[in-house]
Write a protein that binds this ligand. Structure first.
Ligand code: NAD
Ligand code: DAU
Length: 378
């Protein structure tokens, strides 16, 4: 039986991981530590509150004493670290929070883990798993080989630079102090509980409400899309069979340009509205409610500064060594995600509050309206 501390467990991937773990390992103790920033939503964990084996702690990973007390007091043997500032666009507008949480916060966890687990030179059984990103490797050209675990780091945004720094700190605690760490660097996740500032959930809620769907630049940037349930299964495989000190890249084998992805979501919305009269009543502002194509909402806007052109993941190591392969096909995962947002309207309406609106206004009003267009800049 394991005792887990999951940081950032009220965020998108963290809450999916907690649900996944509790379902697969019902006897384990799971403690979530989350600061409930704008991206954290305790409601995502509501269904677990009644379980005696589950505990939610509202707190900051930078509070080393709090973390040390939790590791010690709860007898934690496994720390899974998701907590982070995670949105690239926010890191461009305000990097400070990214330095604090992603670098100083990760170091605070490492300090507490070392103090608790390596006390007096006698190591207690433990594992520190650090969740990181493919963005630390930088940007690929169209013909470049995919990122492998040995690709040199070349982060291009304050977000990816802060994640790169945290990866190095985690690595150093293994080599210097013998802390048993593993790290995963994964591609773009999507699925339930995704905060609607990121591309896929933003597109879905905008299609439902008939708002413009903003596509940066020429829409030809490429991402590899990984369903969050596959990511959770990969982390489970790493915790169970991964080797301390190792890094594992996790990808979905599903590269797509942004514009193709957005068009797929528009086609899904069109088909779902055609199939289901109730959708037409619930979301009358969507063009699909009037039998018009949602593609008319696609709006090219000014590009993200320093926008990485392409990410691609070589996930042969985790497949060969741990037997993990992502199972979800992109088209099926997108349809399932669209339906999740339709079925969980209260969840996303609840988080699209004043601070969300202020973010959307600040981010998208930077684009002069004369730049809003249906075709990209040449
Ligand atoms: P998210 O923004 O949805 O959630 C982050 C969570 O961390 C929130 O619940 C927030 O309240 C919490 N948090 C933030 N600062 C904190 C602090 N100081 N103390 C405690 N909790 C704090 O992020 P996500 O998309 O779920 O990403 C989770 C992790 O996975 C991050 O480390 C991110 O870098 C990494 N990652 C994400 C993706 C992706 O596509 N979303 C891909 C690769 C890697
Ligand atoms: O690759 C892993 C990373 O994926 C994670 O480390 C990050 O935490 C996560 O946020 C995600 O980063 P991206 O920047 O790739 O995700 P985002 O959803 O913000 O954007 C996906 C692509 O879509 C990217 O090329 C930018 C573009 N985009 C995004 C938004 C929000 C648009 O064209 N329009 C938009 O409005």
């Amino acid at each position: 039986m394991r005792k887990l501390l999951v940081t950032g467990g009220a965020g998108f991937i963290g809450c999916n991981f907690v649900h996944h773990w509790v379902q697969k390992n019902p006897g384990d103790r799971v403690v979530v530590l989350d600061a409930l920033t704008y991206a954290g939503n305790a409601a995502s964990l509501d269904s677990l509150r009644a379980k005696a084996s589950f505990r939610f702690v509202h707190g900051d990973i930078c509070d080393t004493d709090l973390v040390t007390n939790l590791l010690d007091g709860e007898g934690i043997d496994t720390l899974v670290h998701f907590a982070a500032e995670s949105h690239v666009d926010r890191s461009i507008l305000g990097p400070d929070a990214f330095i604090r949480t992603n670098i100083i916060g990760t170091h605070s966890l490492l300090t507490a883990a070392r103090k608790t687990w390596l006390r007096d030179g006698a190591a207690r059984p433990h594992r520190f798993h650090h969740v990181s990103t493919d963005e630390v490797y930088g940007s690929l050209g169209p013909e470049d080989p995919a990122f492998s675990e040995t690709t040199a780091y070349a982060p291009n945004s304050p977000y990816s630079a802060s994640k790169a720094a945290s990866d190095h700190l985690v690595r150093s605690y293994h080599h210097t102090y013998g802390l048993e760490v593993t790290t995963s660097n994964c591609s773009n996740n999507y699925g339930p509980f995704h905060f609607p500032e990121k591309l896929i959930p933003l597109v879905i809620v905008n299609l439902l409400d008939g708002r413009a769907v903003p596509v940066y630049g020429d829409g030809k940037n490429i991402r590899d899309w990984l369903h969050v349930s596959d990511h959770c299964a990969a982390i489970e495989a790493i915790l169970q069979r991964g080797k301390p000190g190792e890094v594992y890249n996790v990808g979905g084998r599903a590269e797509s340009t942004n514009i193709d992805l957005v068009r797929m979501l528009c086609a899904i919305a069109d088909a779902e509205f055609t199939r289901d009269a109730a959708l037409r009543e619930r979301f009358p502002k969507s063009p699909a409610a009037r039998a018009e194509s949602c593609a008319k909402l696609i709006t090219y806007v000014r590009d993200r500064p320093g926008h990485d052109r392409r990410y691609a993941i070589d996930c042969s190591k985790i497949q060969a060594q741990l037997g993990f392969v992502a199972e979800t096909k992109l088209e099926e995962g997108l349809l399932e995600t669209f339906r999740w947002f339709v079925s969980n309207e209260a969840w996303w309406r609840g988080i699209m509050d004043g601070s969300y609106q202020r973010w959307i206004d600040a981010q998208y009003s930077r684009t002069p309206s004369s730049n809003l267009q249906s075709e990209p800049n040449s």
